[in-house]
Design a protein around this ligand. Structure first.
Ligand SMILES: [Zn+2]
Length: 159
């Protein structure tokens, strides 16, 4: 059995007038993430981890922000396309794990919903999807609530 690991990182600005969507789950918050797609920073970091595991480049190469097709795109749809690419090559997800860095809102009550929506789109069990939330203790751009960041890893196997 072969194994491959990948990591991903993303950050988006928090701005007024945008919905806040993390892991496909809409959260109540006066600010949302800015971006060409729905700016789901958690799903974007996972996509980069999956692409990275197979050295397939990054999210910007597969879904260029200047392409009107991805305007306000549902990032879970992009994740579905990426997992199809992974499976076409004969690979399966062992697990993915992510940590979202956000000062506010409190994410803990919605973590299970995020895990379930990501797992459904990946075609894996929720226990193969780790999602954690942390604050940045008031430090840096995430600590000042200028944005939300996410770090992710993905482990793939090929029987
Ligand atoms: Zn992004």
């Amino acid at each position: 059995m072969q194994l491959r690991i990948g990591n991903g990182y993303d950050i988006h600005r928090l701005v007024p007038g945008r919905p806040l969507i993390l892991g496909g789950v809409r959260l109540e918050h006066p600010l949302g993430l800015d971006g060409h797609s729905d700016a789901d920073v958690l799903v974007h970091a996972l996509i980069d981890a999956l692409l990275g595991a197979l050295s397939l480049g990054d999210i910007g190469g597969h879904f260029p922000p200047e392409d009107p097709r991805w305007k306000d795109a549902d990032s879970l749809e992009l994740l579905a396309q990426v997992i199809a690419l992974v499976r076409e090559r004969g690979w399966e997800v062992v697990n993915v794990d992510a940590v979202v860095v956000a000062e506010r809102p409190r994410l803990k009550p919605r973590i299970e919903a995020m895990r379930a929506s990501i797992a459904a789109r990946l075609g894996v069990e929720p226990d193969q999807v780790g999602v954690k939330a942390t604050t940045n203790e008031g430090l840096g751009p995430t600590g000042r609530e200028e944005g939300i960041a996410c770090h992710a890893v993905a482990l793939l196997q090929k029987p």
